[in-house]
Write a protein that binds this ligand. Sequence first.
Ligand SMILES: NC(=O)c1ccc[n+]([C@@H]2O[C@H](COP(=O)([O-])OP(=O)(O)OC[C@H]3O[C@@H](n4cnc5c(N)ncnc54)[C@H](O)[C@@H]3O)[C@@H](O)[C@H]2O)c1
Length: 368
Amino acid sequence: MTDKSAFSWHGKRVFLTGHTGFKGGWLALWLAKLGAQVRGYALDPATEPNLFTLARVGSVVEDVRGDIRHADTLQAAMSGFAPEAVFHLAAQPLLRLSYEDPVGTYETNVIGTARVLDSVRRTPSVRAVVCVTTDKCYENKEWEWGYRESDPLGGYDPYSSSKACAEIVTAAYRQSYFPIAKLGQPGGHSTAIATARAGNVIGGGDWSTDRLIPDLVRGFLAGEPVRIRRPNAIRPWQHVLEPLHGYILLAQQLLTVKRDEAAQFATAFNFGPWDDDTRPVSWIAEKMRCQWDDGAKWILDPDPGVHEAGYLKLDASRARADLGWTPHLRLESAIEWIVKWTKAWKTGQDMQAFTMKQIEAYESLLRS
Ligand SMILES: NC(=O)c1ccc[n+]([C@@H]2O[C@H](COP(=O)([O-])OP(=O)(O)OC[C@H]3O[C@@H](n4cnc5c(N)ncnc54)[C@H](O)[C@@H]3O)[C@@H](O)[C@H]2O)c1
């Protein structure tokens, strides 16, 4: 493993898909703070309000609007920028929406991923690619053990299966066009590709529909009781900065890896929370309610809605052993950070400065 402290993102050219979204917005701000030169490529923000606008993400990265399904615009935006690293986060990430629009979900998550990798194929400057999928890419067996990277892929619903497909597409591109044996060889290539599977990500600035934290925030702000489906469903919750730290570490390794170590990093990595932060939905709702105060309430929705996994846990041993990655923010603190972020927004604070302050606070946890 390379010496992490010796690596600098300063001046590195990074192509980031999905910068107008929740995780992409946080990642764009963090990479810019680290000194990277970032070009973001995504559709317009999908919600109002949204993190991109509130935190003025477009003021610290180059903001390109385009569709990952459109080969020509994507190719021009990527190769015209000559990035060294690509983070691919753009996706249709909502499980319930995937039931309403399965074909659109497959087009974006599967064909879109193939388009991104195909653009990488035609952009020789790229040395590291991190494709973001999800914990839901595993065939869910409803068991209490964490899924490992070697467990079978699957996915009951269109979203989960589209992300499993994105994993398969990425592995096929790696084997067919960027084989590890030819990395850095004369007549070979110089691109190392990995995938990252994170848990249920929470943080300030997410307004997506049908997600627990945004639903709670919307209801609490409106002073209405929030209806909670599936209170007993167990998920690996984590603050958004936790997996983003993993993606950044992974890209650093891919950028610096020696050929004989490449197989260790150009592969799939889980980034999940500590075991005891894998909690039921009702635990999160209750903690949010207590920290929010102001008479916030949630009630049980007897309609469980569409099929969702009941029990989902990730085993992040590989990320710990190979990348030196561990979670640093306990779930209870993550909820406190979300409440603080949302209240800062409601009281008219500068949300770019506030978001950067939370990134700085997280960086000091990493140093401690
Ligand atoms: N939020 C979570 O809990 C979670 C958990 C695991 C994995 N993920 C994955 O992380 C990534 C980011 O998720 P998020 O929560 O930030 O989602 P988000 O909906 O907030 O952001 C999605 C981003 O993708 C872009 N996008 C969507 N379709 C596009 C298209 N056709 N062309 C170009 N851009 C397009 C959007 O414009 C937006 O910038 C996704 O790949 C998602 O599957 C999210």
